[in-house]
Ligand binder design. Sequence first.
Ligand SMILES: NC(=O)C1=CN([C@@H]2O[C@H](COP(=O)(O)OP(=O)(O)OC[C@H]3O[C@@H](n4cnc5c(N)ncnc54)[C@H](OP(=O)(O)O)[C@@H]3O)[C@@H](O)[C@H]2O)C=CC1
Ligand SMILES: O=C1O[C@H](COP(=O)(O)O)[C@@H](O)[C@H](O)[C@H]1O
Length: 485
Amino acid sequence: MATEKRALIMLFGATGDLAHRKLYPAIFNLYKKGSLRKHFALIGTGRHKWTHDKLREIVANSVKSLADNDTQVKNFVSHFYYQSHDVTNPAHYVVLSKLADKLDKKYQLNGNRIYYIALAPRFFGTVSKNLREQHVLSDNGFNRLIIEKPFGHDYPSAKKLNDSLAATFDKDQIFRIDHYLGKELVQNIYALRFANPLFENVWNHNYIDNVQITLAEGLGVEKRAGYYDGTGALRDMVQNHIMQVLGVIAMEPPKTFNDTDIHAAKAKALNSVEVYDAKGVAKNFVRGQYGAKGSQHEYREEPGVPNDSATETYVAGKVNVQTPRWQGVPFYVRTGKMMGKKETRVDIVFKPAKNIFGDGNDVKPVVLTIHIEPGSGFKLSFNRKQIGNGFKLTTASMNDMESKEDIAKTPQPYERLINDALAGDLSNFAGWPEIAHDWKFVDPIRKYWDSKKPDFPNYTPGTMGPKAADELLKRDGRHWIYPEN
Ligand SMILES: NC(=O)C1=CN([C@@H]2O[C@H](COP(=O)(O)OP(=O)(O)OC[C@H]3O[C@@H](n4cnc5c(N)ncnc54)[C@H](OP(=O)(O)O)[C@@H]3O)[C@@H](O)[C@H]2O)C=CC1
Ligand SMILES: O=C1O[C@H](COP(=O)(O)O)[C@@H](O)[C@H](O)[C@H]1O
């Protein structure tokens, strides 16, 4: 049984999609496991004129498939309260504050408060300012802010947002969600590297030839055109998720395994990423937009997408981390929608051995694959001798893939991250310096692309993206490891 935490969760955006699909199930799992139990309450807010009972009914529906029985759901939802609230109206915070104080007493929460902002980003600063000015923050206990993505749309807007949050919250009170940092196999990279000298000792340019990060999605834009068309794959996936995974792979060992040291090491690696000028972008980055195939219509015909949209649904690029460790080792990254199936992985491609076996033998590079999803685990492929007379090399692999049962009991990112926020552990949240470096890297790419009309659509659903993404590696004498030929 987990240690019980005491807290009031104030959820802005309780009537929205994220709350329903991800947050209520995550909080329910924490309740089932005992991290939250008697001493917690949640105030959900939104402009909808819901009642406590209406919110409880919605929450019950969202979690019932996870419950052991009806009583468990009933007990859980009894901790939920609804307050109709317009985040732009300061007077509404006064009402909210009174309810918070009342629940604090009722559930003996010791003044611990988490403010979870599951709202459109334009409201992040407004809520934070009003929480301070309308005295919603508690005087005793902790006050922590959980904030959703996207964190700005470029460096200046992200900086402005960060400054506005900093007017209310200290840096150790701001929990910026990047749900990739809550994934089991992303966290496992720390164990792989820093608990195994076998790997960490070869984790550098002497042994590694290149690193490939693939975040391929099988689905298209679905019903999110309103958000996605103004964002694109570069801002939606590269600036945050890809760069965070890259940071964990590329960082130097942190001094200790605490949040401050992890953030410092990751920020240093991300600050060493080469920022391209226009020529560098043209040479090293590729964008794409999916076309039509069979019954699947092209991106520009998806509901809510303008028929001349220049938004990229695919990005591939070559990233250089300019630290001694990674001298001359390219990080090839790619992500896209409609790429046939979901495949989230990192391939660490080692330098091949010198071939002493003669022409009839092909010495392949050792590849360590970190399978993030849908399978979770590690796979090491290497050369071995084929059984039989003579001497012929073949490829073998050592797998450490999680079983279906293990995957089923693995906490989902939101459960893990909310639990961390309750415990005050920032390790798996994105720090401001990391976000700042990532925007500084991504902004010139965006700027260059915005200045040139793309030739879209340029890739077929079900493929791994435009041909230019293959060319990117081919010209360096390399190829994408996935999909295996
Ligand atoms: N949905 C997802 O899968 C993901 C979402 N996110 C992020 O999470 C955040 C929320 O997304 P999502 O749930 O999809 O968005 P929705 O559009 O589904 O929900 C938006 C929420 O904002 C509330 N809201 C809007 N205006 C106001 C206002 N003036 N005052 C009070 N509440 C208001 C709405 O409540 P009401 O209508 O009752 O006012 C609603 O609860 C965004 O930052 C998004 O980028 C991040 C990753 C994934
Ligand atoms: O943040 C986002 O991530 C999802 C992909 O997340 P995953 O956990 O399913 O890999 C992506 O579909 C979405 O566009 C983006 O906003």
